[in-house]
Design a protein around this ligand. Sequence first.
Ligand code: ADP
Ligand code: MG
Length: 320
Amino acid sequence: MEFSLIDRIRDLTAQARDDVRLGIGDDAALLAVPPGQELAVAIDTMVEGVHFPVGTAAADIGWKALAVNLSDLAAMGATPAWALLALTLPKADVAFIDGFAAGFAQLAQPYRLALVGGDTTRGALTISVAVHGFVPPGKALTRSGAQAGDVVLVTGTLGDAAAGLQCVQRHRRSDDAQTRYLIERLNRPTPRVAAGLALRDRASACIDVSDGLLADLGHICASSHVGAELDAAMLPRSSALLDLFDETTSRDFALSGGDDYELCFTVPAQQVAAVQADLAKLGCGATRIGRVVEGEGIIVRDRDGHPLASSRQGWDHFNA
Ligand code: ADP
Ligand code: MG
């Protein structure tokens, strides 16, 4: 449908790549996977009002729709290459498309990621992006390799996006820099692609934090048949989060808030210093937050080593 809309998307996201033999405009794209590489593919859907607040700027939606997918490739240690975009729009809205494509392209450009096709339909605002990336055989990071004794680390800071969502929902004035920072972290998450690549030969397990640290580290634990112990005092939190929210709230956001798109990963103890040095160079850093233990479930300890009492839904499940 709507060829002018598709033309606009194609022009605004144009990215020349030799491995795209045929891009947008035919019945299917033709793509050449480089010899000696495996294809890593992922898809994520965002529904207005569910995955981003109603009223989010079109450019932010375009950025985030790609960012959440690049984050999945980052968590696998894959190099991004191509994307497909299925757009469902309430109406043929040129201003929305131009903003959306600009936000999408802004994030795609530094990765030279090419949008090679998609689908455009009418309905409630819903965006699905599928991404494709390359990884050498056997080098992908998975959720299943964590071993007792490994150290648990996380990139960047946690809880900012959950705090940003609360700012939006409470109509907090965004004329102070800290509120703006938190809302930016919600709307424009930074996928940790370079960090994922740096972890390829180092991390025993890796996941991106989309549903909250406890939930996502819980997936590593379940896949790896291990448990984890976290030190609440070590959770990396931004100064904006700490300044605007009290200790308990910021800790709960860091443990259970979603949408941060940081990487949570495990490494053998003797690799920690090298990994932290590498990720510091990449700008995001990596903070040691706990350790992998035998058994199952996650225990979060306070400064004195006492397990924290349950304070949010979803917590007991992991602490049981
Ligand atoms: P078809 O009926 O063959 O699926 P479409 O009209 O849906 O054709 O799409 C025409 C071309 O435009 C195809 O190459 C398709 O991949 C591309 N396309 C459609 N919608 C989008 C979109 N939202 N983003 C990128 N490419 C799109
Ligand atoms: Mg189609």
